[in-house]
Structure formats: C-alpha cells, structure tokens
Design a protein around this ligand. Structure first.
Ligand code: GDP
Length: 368
C-alpha cells in the first residue's frame, strides 16, 4: 500500500494505535484530504489531543527544534517534577530560550511558598543541564496563573514560534487547549498546516499572522508508576484536587503501604517521627509492623492492599527496594515517581522504599 501522510502534521498515517502519532480510523482513508485524528479534532473542534512518541522520534524532534529559531515551553507535572522532566532537552537549549511551566499547581497544598518551589525547580533544571529563562506555576484546569503565563509569553517570545514539549500526562494538551479557547473569539479559525520535511507529527496552531504555537507528541517516561497501571487504577492514583497531607507517627520497625503500590519501611530511627504523606486522597495508606509486612503483601495484594486491582495485577512486576540514609536536620522528600511522596522531617533515619521494578524513587530536598 502506498504510504499516506497526514496533510495537517505530516505524520505517516496508521490505523492501528490510537495513542500514537498519525492515527486515523480506516473510514477516514477514503476522504480527499486525509488527516490524522489529532489534526481532525483540532480543525473541527479547536482542541488538541495527546499522542505519544518513541525515544528515537524524540531525538529527531530535538534535532528539528534545535534547527529553528524558536521558543520552547517545557511543561512538567508539579506532582512529579523529576519523573516528568524530559532528559536531553539541554542539547538544543543553548540556542533557544526555554520557559519551564510547572502544571497542576492546584494539587499542591494552598500553603506552599511559590517562590521556594520556583527556585527549587530552577535548581532541578540546572541539575538536568537545562538553563531556563523563567519558571511559572500554573493550573491548566483551574486556570490559576494561566492569564499571566499567556501575557508573559506574548511579551518574551518576540514574535517567535513556541514549541510546547512535555512527557505524557503532564497536561500539555489541556494547557494548549486553554490557549486555543482563550485566544480565539471566533471558533473555527484554527487550521493546521503541514511542516515540510518532518514526519514527527508537529501540529501548527497559528498565534498571529507570522507565528504559531506548535504541539509536539508527548514522550513516554517508563519509570513512572502510571506506566504500570490500568485505566481504573490510574484514576484512583491521579489526584484530582488539592492533596490533603496525611501524617503518620512512626517508630523504627514500622512500615506503610501505599495501597499495594509502594511500601515504606523505617529501618532505623532513634525516636518517633511524623512522616507526611502526599498522595491522591483516594489512596488508602496502611500502617503495619515490619515483621508482618512481607506476609501482608503476599496474602492481601489486590484486596486489603489495593490498587493494584485485577487488571493491573496481570502484568504487575516484582517489587524492588532501595535504602536511604537521611542525616541531620534537613527535611527530605522521597518521591515515588508518578504516585506521590513522603516527607521525612529530620534525620538521622534509615528508610527503605519498595516500588514495582522499573519505577523510580527519588530523594530530594523537601518542597513544602
Ligand atoms: P498530556 O498527556 O500532557 O497532553 O496531558 P493531558 O492534557 O491529557 O492531561 C493529563 C491528565 O492530567 C488529565 O487527566 C487532565 O485532566 C489532568 N490535568 C491536566 N492539567 C491539569 C491541572 O492543571 N491540574 C490537575 N489537577 N489536573 C490536570
């Protein structure tokens, strides 16, 4: 069969996988103008949808962006900044200015110090080798700080195109849709236009006569918990509103189960400490004794300790563990990538984190 390309974004058309670039239903192939579903929705409903890309495509994308004189808007999920931070972006950042947007600020407790979080994000970016021009904390769903972001972008982009990049689930589509809805009084003015020479599935959304916002496919981060969960479990695990911190007073020899998805052991501690858990309000946390923890997991995974529910359990990996020594007075977070985190208010303590094999646990300075 002759290879067909989407006339909106240039991606090769495929009819197999809806979550990937270039998907079109078979019925669309008989039309005169063939566009992928994502371009179709943008054209007719003024709305972008998320699609994924592979690591190889990602490298091509970096190359492509690096060759343009453009502006990069990098979106991360504030609930999992490290896990949703795309590595490798720094390779072209030297030439193109990057603005870092922390989305989903509505999930963090209202009491957070915005400046502290922003400064911390700058340091994270720096550690990833990425120089950022500015950091914004927004919520694409509630609209918090979105007007300010739009206003600032208009000012600093100096007429350049804006490439919006991010890993899947950070809220990139929601954010772009916010811009689309708020920039066009008249609906139906959005068109997509083919990017000559690329088959990567960039979608072009005109901002004015000369420049565009460009939606790029999301990169899958395999080390986030979300990657292992069924749709149903993902719903339970993904916080929908402000997360209510839960404090557990724990001694040496006690453990917490986060549903059955992760486990947190206090191996050594010379006194009782309040550990603060930041997870979706719908997730149950179980306290138990260390000596009973293995048995509890073996006999009650998927029941008392759930999620994981049945669908997720079909492909549930073995747990792996990692031990962390926390010294001194500094407040520390242990982040279970894509799930949430536990704040350890002080050392010295030795704790062990268990997660399904492949999911990352990150130690960071406390952000709250
Ligand atoms: P994409 O994969 O990066 O395009 O992400 P989506 O825009 O599809 O959003 C992924 C999930 O995050 C969806 O369930 C959204 O409703 C949710 N989401 C997006 N933005 C926000 C936000 O600002 N706050 C909250 N709480 N959820 C958000």
């Amino acid at each position: 069969m002759e290879e067909l390309y989407c006339q909106g974004c240039g991606a090769p058309i495929q009819t197999e996988d809806e979550s990937k670039v270039g998907y079109a239903p078979k019925s669309a192939l008989t039309r005169d103008e063939i566009v992928c579903k994502r371009c179709f929705r943008l054209k007719h409903y003024n709305e972008v949808q998320d699609v994924d890309m592979t690591a190889d495509d990602f490298l091509d994308m970096l190359h492509e962006i690096g060759q343009r004189d453009a502006f990069v808007l990098k979106v991360v999920d504030l609930f999992d900044v490290h896990g949703s931070f795309i590595q490798g972006l720094n390779r072209f950042a030297g030439n193109n200015p990057v603005v870092l947007v922390g989305n989903k600020v509505d999930l963090l407790p209202k009491s957070i110090n915005f400046n502290k979080v922003k400064n911390w994000m700058r340091r994270v970016a720096k550690n990833f080798g990425l120089k950022v021009q500015e950091v914004y904390l927004v919520s694409a769903t509630t609209g918090t700080n979105m007007k300010e972001l739009a206003f600032e972008l208009e000012r600093i982009r100096e007429g350049k195109d804006i490439f919006v990049v991010g890993s899947t689930n950070v809220g990139k589509s929601t954010l772009i849709n916010y811009f689309i809805q708020n920039s066009t009084e008249e609906k139906d003015v959005i068109t997509t236009s083919y990017f000559p020479g690329t088959t990567l599935g960039f979608i072009d959304i005109p901002l004015d006569d000369r420049s565009s916002m460009i939606d790029t496919p999301g990169i899958i981060n395999h080390y986030q918990m979300s990657h292992f969960l069924s749709k149903k479990d993902l719903k339970t695990v993904t916080p929908k509103k402000e997360v209510k911190p839960k404090v557990f007073q724990l001694n040496e020899g006690q453990a917490l189960f986060i549903g059955g998805l992760a486990r947190f052991d206090i191996e050594q501690a010379d006194h009782n400490i309040g550990y603060v858990c930041y997870f979706s309000n719908d997730l149950n946390i179980h306290r138990t004794k260390l000596e009973k923890a293995d048995e509890l997991y073996e006999n009650h995974l998927g029941e008392l300790l759930s999620p994981p529910s049945e669908e997720t359990l079909k492909k549930w990996p073995k747990m792996t563990k990692e031990t962390f020594k926390i010294n001194g007075q500094q407040k520390t977070d242990l982040v279970f990538s894509g799930l949430g985190w536990i704040t350890i208010p002080e050392g010295p303590v030795t704790v062990t984190a268990y997660v399904p094999k492949g999911v990352r646990v990150i130690k960071r300075e406390a952000i709250i």
